[in-house]
Design a protein around this ligand. Sequence first.
Ligand code: PLP
Length: 415
Amino acid sequence: MSNGDLAAGETARRIVGLHEAYVLGTYRRMGPVLVEGRGTEVWDTGGRRYLDFGGGIAVNALGHAHPAVVAAIREQAGRLMHISNLYYSEPQGLLAKRLVGLVGAGKVFFCNSGAEANEAQFKLARRFGSATGRFEILTCLNSFHGRTLAGIAATGQERFREGFGPVTPGFRHVPFNDLGAIERAIGPETVGVLVEGIQGEGGIHLASSDFLLGLRRLCDDRGLLLLWDGVQCGMFRSGRFQSYQRLLEGVAGGDAFLPDAIAMAKGLGAGFPIGAMWVAERHAGLLGPGSHGCTFGGSPLACAVALAVLDTVEKERLMDNARRQGERATAALRELASRHPAVVAEVRGLGCIIGIELRVEAAPRIEALMAAGLLTVPSGKHVIRLLAPLDVSDGEMDEAIGILGAVLGRAAKEG
Ligand code: PLP
């Protein structure tokens, strides 16, 4: 071992030690201590390079240290960073206009995270139902909607609620992609239905077009709000701005589909924290002055960064790249699955959100991928999730598929 390796090992141990001593242990962290990133690549304390297909869990839409993001932060931070929502700022107004242009007529509330964006949807729904005594929101089994008390109540996975009772009332869970189950579950107190277009934490499951169109009809017929969680699968990750636009492409009636509200976060700031809730025009009056707020929400800095991200994605047509890379990756991974059917059960996804469902536990394979230089994240117990940046190159995608082939091939040999 060289002196450099020894020093790098010492640095990594010191940093891990700081975490163990002082950071609350709510996360199960993985090996490397990362110090620098550029595009799809990151480096650890020892100078070891990794391809980052974890993307900060669907956040780093433009990879690391993208010049447009860095420039926007520098420029806006030097001018006006934060003013609170007592005052007006141009970046917030411009970003709201931009999001309305991407979705449809409506208005936008700004916050900092996905959980907060969903909380805003919950409050919108409760306001909507308050005159008629309705407050209950139906969500899907296997869904994930954030870690706040209402977020874990909304999330369709029991393990996130364990030990945090009493559970916030007003949420009930029904099977995903099962319109009949939703129809049967609607009660006198039901006010809305919340869905993800692609379940990100629940194993990368895609909503069917029949389910989505049926849900819109059902919500209209029964006077319910259709709430959309686009936190993970939104922001062009699927190849369109919101995943319903991609999932309903070419489907009769698909163009007219529009939720009543949409939660956004993660890729909106491509690493700079920002969340948002878009609300359809007809419901935009529900939350008036004093009804909701967020100190940091929609700061000039966060909004300037999000505008730079949108400019870059649109100028460089990165939604097309995400779509093309997704098609290349899923084709290659399905071929890999056909070679190793004992290990790979299925490959699902759209654009730069792809799940490889294994017949074995994902965690040891994710460790092996990391050791081979590829960072990925689990989605549930059996799925390896790939969340490459929207600007991932052909060469980087090929390299990642090569590493996946080698690691999963080895897993197949080991039986
Ligand atoms: N909704 C979905 C679909 C998510 O995937 C997440 C986070 O993974 C959240 C909400 C919560 O977002 P945040 O961690 O920014 O609060």
